[in-house]
Design a protein around this ligand. Structure first.
Ligand SMILES: Cc1ncc(COP(=O)(O)O)c(C=O)c1O
Length: 386
C-alpha cells in the first residue's frame, strides 16, 4: 500500500484539472488581479449557496473572523475595536485563530467547556455562565468543529434572550447544515476559510464572511480595503485583506465539486464508523440527528496514554494522522495574563486534547485505503492489548 496522506490534494487537482486550468488561464488573459471579476462571481455564488444576502471575500479565514467582529464593534458600539471588558463566549477546543480573532477585535474571550460527544461548545455551559454573569457579554462565537454543526437552536435561543450577536466560525464546515440550513447563515455573521485542507480549499490562503445584514457587509467591504469606501480617504482602521482574484478563480472551479465531495466524505466516515465500531479503547465521533456533517476531519478518541502508540503504529504502516488540537486555547500563553477568562472547569476540552486523533479523510480516498486504515487501527489495538 502506498503512503496514505491525510488528504490527497494532487488527486483532487487531477480530478478537476480541466476546470481549474481553464479558470487560471482566464485570469492570465484578463490580468485583473485585485478584486477581478472572479471575486464578485464567487461572492454571488456563495451567498446564494449559503442562503444569505451578502458574502464578502477575504484574504483568510482568520481575517474573516476578525473582520466580522470588528464590523460588529463598529456597528453596535460605534468603536473601531471592542473595549477590553467586552466578553465574547467561545470554545477552548478549536484552532488558535478563533480566540485570537476575539483578542484582535479588542475583546476578551470567555472559554466554556465542550460537549465530549461532539467536541463542540456545550450550550448549557454558555447558559450557566450568562445566568451568573452577563453584563459584559456581547456575543458568542460557536465553532462547527471538524465539519459538524453546533446545536444552533440552543445557541440562537440564548443569543436572543441576552441580546447577543453570534459569529459562526464555519471554517471547517463549508456545506454543512443544521436542520437543513447552511452553516454560516444562522448567526449574525459567518466566517469561512478556504485554506487548502478545508472542504473547499484554494491554492493558498483565502476566506469569506457571510451575513444578511447590509450594514455589516458594507463595513466588512470597507475594512478589507484599508477601512474606507474610498481607499484614499478612510473611516476606520483597516487592513489589506481582500480575496485574491486568482484564489477566487480556483475556489470557484472547485466549488462545482463541493456537494459531490462532501457526500464522498460522508461515505468514508460511514465506513470508518462501521469498521471501527466496538473497538475497546477507541471512541467514535457522535453526530447530532439534526446535523449534516461534512467531515473535514474524522476524529476518534483514544484511551488516554495510548494515542502515541496508535499514531506510531499508523506511521510505521505509512498512514498519516494528526492531533487537532493538542492544546486547548486557555493553556496557551497568548490567552493568559488576564486576556481571557475561563468559566468553570474545562475538563472535557482538556481531555479531548489528550485523546483525539484525526484519521485520513479525503473525498477521493479509495475504499481499499479506508479499509487499510481501519485494519491498521485494529492491528494497533491488538498489538497493544486494548
Ligand atoms: C476553526 C477554525 N477557525 C479559523 C481558522 C482560520 O482560517 P485560516 O487558516 O484560513 O486563516 C481555521 C483554519 O485554519 C479553523 O480551523
Amino acid at each position: 500500500m502506498k503512503a496514505v496522506p491525510m488528504l490527497d490534494l494532487q488527486a483532487e487537482y487531477e480530478y478537476m484539472k480541466g476546470d481549474i486550468d481553464a479558470a487560471i488561464l482566464r485570469c492570465l488573459t484578463h490580468q485583473k488581479w485585485i478584486l477581478g471579476p472572479e471575486v464578485d462571481e464567487l461572492e454571488n455564488k456563495i451567498a446564494k449557496y449559503i442562503g444569505v444576502q451578502h458574502a464578502v471575500g477575504t484574504s483568510s479565514g482568520t481575517e474573516a473572523l476578525v473582520l466580522a467582529l470588528r464590523a460588529l464593534s463598529i456597528k453596535l458600539k460605534g468603536q473601531d475595536f471592542f473595549d477590553k471588558t467586552a466578553e465574547i463566549i467561545t470554545t477552548p477546543f478549536t484552532f488558535t485563530a478563533t480566540g485570537d480573532a476575539i483578542l484582535r477585535a479588542g475583546a476578551k474571550p470567555v472559554f466554556v467547556d465542550i460537549d465530549p460527544a461532539t467536541y463542540n461548545i456545550d450550550a448549557s455551559k454558555i447558559n450557566e455562565y450568562l445566568k451568573t454573569n452577563h453584563s459584559n457579554v456581547v456575543g458568542i462565537v460557536p465553532v462547527h468543529l471538524y465539519g459538524q454543526s453546533c446545536n444552533m437552536d440552543a445557541i440562537q435561543e440564548i443569543a436572543q434572550e441576552y441580546n447577543l450577536f453570534v459569529v459562526e466560525d464555519a471554517a471547517q464546515a463549508f456545506g454543512g447544515m443544521w436542520k437543513g440550513k447552511k452553516l454560516g447563515s444562522i448567526g449574525t455573521l459567518g466566517a469561512f476559510s478556504f485554506f487548502p485542507s478545508k472542504n473547499l480549499g484554494g491554492f493558498g490562503d483565502a476566506g469569506m464572511v457571510s451575513t444578511d445584514d447590509e450594514e455589516l457587509a458594507s463595513i466588512v467591504r470597507m475594512l478589507i480595503k484599508h477601512g474606507g469606501k474610498d481607499k484614499y480617504n478612510v473611516d476606520y482602521i483597516g487592513y489589506n485583506a481582500r480575496l485574491d482574484t486568482f484564489q477566487a478563480a480556483v475556489i470557484d472551479a472547485k466549488f462545482r465539486y463541493l456537494d459531490e465531495f462532501n457526500e464522498k466524505r460522508r461515505v468514508i466516515a460511514g465506513l470508518y464508523a462501521s469498521g471501527l465500531k466496538g473497538l475497546k479503547g477507541i471512541s467514535l465521533p457522535e453526530t447530532l440527528s439534526d446535523v449534516y456533517h461534512v467531515y473535514n476531519q474524522y476524529t476518534i478518541g483514544v484511551t488516554e496514554g495510548k494515542r502515541d502508540e496508535l499514531q506510531g503504529y499508523l506511521s510505521e504502516n505509512g498512514i498519516a494522522s494528526m492531533v487537532y488540537y493538542p492544546f486547548p486555547l486557555h493553556k496557551m500563553k497568548v490567552f493568559k495574563s488576564g486576556r481571557s477568562k475561563v468559566y468553570d472547569e474545562l475538563v472535557h476540552a482538556e481531555q479531548a486534547a489528550q485523546m483525539v486523533l484525526n484519521l485520513p479523510i479525503g473525498p477521493l480516498q479509495q475504499r481499499e485505503v479506508t479499509d487499510y486504515v481501519i485494519e491498521s487501527v485494529k492491528g494497533s489495538c491488538r498489538k497493544n492489548g486494548y
